[in-house]
Structure formats: C-alpha cells, structure tokens
Write a protein that binds this ligand. Structure first.
Ligand code: BDR
Ligand code: CA
Length: 312
C-alpha cells in the first residue's frame, strides 16, 4: 500500500503529540508537514510544542503556525487538561527545530494545489486553519484527497453537555468545513473514548526504552491525573491519533456514511455536531462509529518504537 500523504493540523496538546509521533512513525502515512492552530493553548505555545515533539521524535518536516484565534469568537483554551504550557508533564525541552516562515493557511493551500488528489488533511484541533484555507482558495476543496477530523460527537459533548472541545472553540469554522465540497470523516468522542491509555498501554511506552517512549510516558502521567480530576475517567482517552489511524490503518476504525451539521447559535447547543445517519447516497461525510482498540494501540506502539533518534 502506498503511504498516504498527510498534513497534520494540530494544537499540541498531549494527544496531539501522540498523533504527531504516530503519524511520523507509521509506514501507512507520509507526514508532509505540520500546521498549528490556537486551541488547547495559545498559538505561540502550540507551535512551540509542535517543534518540541518533532525534536523528540526525530521528525524533519516543516512546521507552520496558523490562526491565533477562532474566526469570530474569543479563544478558549484547555489549560485544565493540558496545563499552562499545553504540554505539561515531561521536563521542558528546548526544541532543535523552529517553525518555518509563512502562514500555515498559505502553506496548506500551496501544498495541496501542488499535488491535486494526493494530499489529505488530518485536523485534530479547532478547524480555523481549514476554514480560512477554504475561504482564501476555494480550489483546495477540489484538490485535497480527503479531510479527517478529530472533533464532535453524535452522543454527548465533553466541554458542554452538547459540544466537544475542538468544535466548540470555533463552531463557525467547523460549519464551513462540513459544508465545503470535499469529503470529510468525523472521528468524534464516541470513538475516541475507546482509545483509553490504560496502565498496560502506558507501560508499553515506558518500557520502550526510547526518548519518544519516555516522552509519551511523561505526558500520559500528567494527562491521566488531570483527566481524572476534571472528568472522573480513570484512564484518559487519547483522542487525536484516532484520526490519523483512519488513513494509516483504515481497518482500525469503523466508519459509516452520514451527514454532519454544526450548531452555531443554540443557547445550550452551540458547537454541537448534529449527525444524520440517514445520509443520502453520495454523502460527502462519514462518521466513525467503532475502534479496534487493541489493533490501534499496537499500531501506535510500533510507530513510536520505529522513530529515529531525537534531533539535536
Ligand atoms: C480534543 O480536544 C483537545 O483538548 C484534544 O487535543 C482533542 O483534540 C478532544 O475533545
Ligand atoms: Ca487536539
């Protein structure tokens, strides 16, 4: 199977960090570059964190910073989950790489248009950069291969009763992304809450004996404590690599056709993803409904174990 070219748009973030390392180490995907967005923390922190993760994982791909705030709303972050740095836990690391010049939105457009039909977008933060790319150059919708997002839910939210964090932060952007004429797969909480970092999964990282394995172990120690404090979940769900898995190892995630609309104005439901499983034939949307968790974690462990030495 040819590796799928992906741009990973993210807001690291503990689970974003795992998504980056997974994408870089899995033979099923070719990580073309990383773009950052404000979400779990401010843009300067998420961009710094992406560079830290690249350094730890020996990942030599361009990192471009994107939107510093949602399209219309003030930024809300998730410091209660990811800490003040956005990546609290491991001892601070000085990155060996810096973000490239040029806005993420321009870089996404240029990269997608340069290879029509080849590049997929995997977005695991608020969808501000993708919406801006569509507005700036609508031709990206035709040229992209497909879009996979971590966000939303068809059952319940995690930040409000109705809304998942990534969609809630920028519902207008999410609405633009789902309305655009490109194929979008939504990997929501219904599935990512099956990707639990159990003590056994965490031991798999700790016992790898590599810098990337130790780094994830440190991240998960912090994440586990905060997640339990905020949600009461004993094991934290590691959301973002589930979206990478859809392209890296499609048999891991069950997806079905559906239609997704985003609530932008409800008094109690702003940021909710309204999923209609009676999708008309030819629907551009798919929604993830199941995860083979053992297969998923085996793939993540193997990918992280395969990463080269850190950059220096
Ligand atoms: C999503 O919100 C963020 O905090 C995580 O990184 C993930 O992308 C889960 O709701
Ligand atoms: Ca994220």
């Amino acid at each position: 199977m040819t590796a799928r070219q992906i741009i990973l748009d993210c807001d690291p973030g503990h689970d974003d960090a795992v998504a980056i390392l997974f994408a870089a180490g899995h033979p099923g995907v070719d990580l073309v570059g990383i773009t950052t967005v404000a979400g779990n923390q401010t843009l300067d922190r998420t961009t710094h964190n992406a560079c830290v993760v690249c350094s730890v994982g020996g990942i030599e791909v361009p990192v471009h910073a994107g939107a510093a705030r949602p399209l219309l709303r003030p930024l809300r972050t998730a410091a209660e989950i990811h800490g003040e740095s956005g990546l609290d836990g491991p001892a601070p690391i000085e990155p060996a790489v810096a973000p490239r010049a040029g806005h993420a939105v321009d870089w996404i457009i240029d990269t997608v248009l340069a290879a029509p039909g080849d590049v997929s977008l995997v977005a695991v933060g608020p969808l501000t950069n993708l919406a801006m790319a569509l507005r700036r150059e609508p031709a990206v919708a035709e040229a992209v291969r497909e879009v996979v997002i971590m966000g939303g839910s068809y059952t319940r939210g995690n930040t409000t009763p109705a809304a998942e964090f990534n969609i809630l932060v920028d519902p207008e952007a999410a609405s633009i992304v789902f309305e655009a004429p490109w194929p979008v797969t939504m990997v929501g909480l219904d599935v990512t809450h099956q990707a639990l970092c159990t003590p056994e999964v965490q031991r798999g990282f700790a016992e790898m004996g590599t810098p990337a394995g130790d780094f994830i172990d440190g991240l998960m120690r912090f994440f586990r404590g905060n997640y339990a404090g905020v949600t009461g979940m004993a094991d934290p769900p590691v959301h973002d690599p589930c979206a990478v898995a859809v392209l890296a190892d499609p048999d891991t995630v069950e997806v079905v056709p559906a239609t997704v609309q985003v609530e932008t104005s409800g008094a109690f439901t702003s940021g909710m993803t309204v999923v209609d499983f009676k999708a008309p034939a030819g629907s551009r949307h798919r929604v993830a409904t199941g995860l083979d968790a053992p297969r998923f974690w085996a793939a993540v462990h193997a990918a992280v174990a395969a990463l080269p030495a850190p950059l220096s």
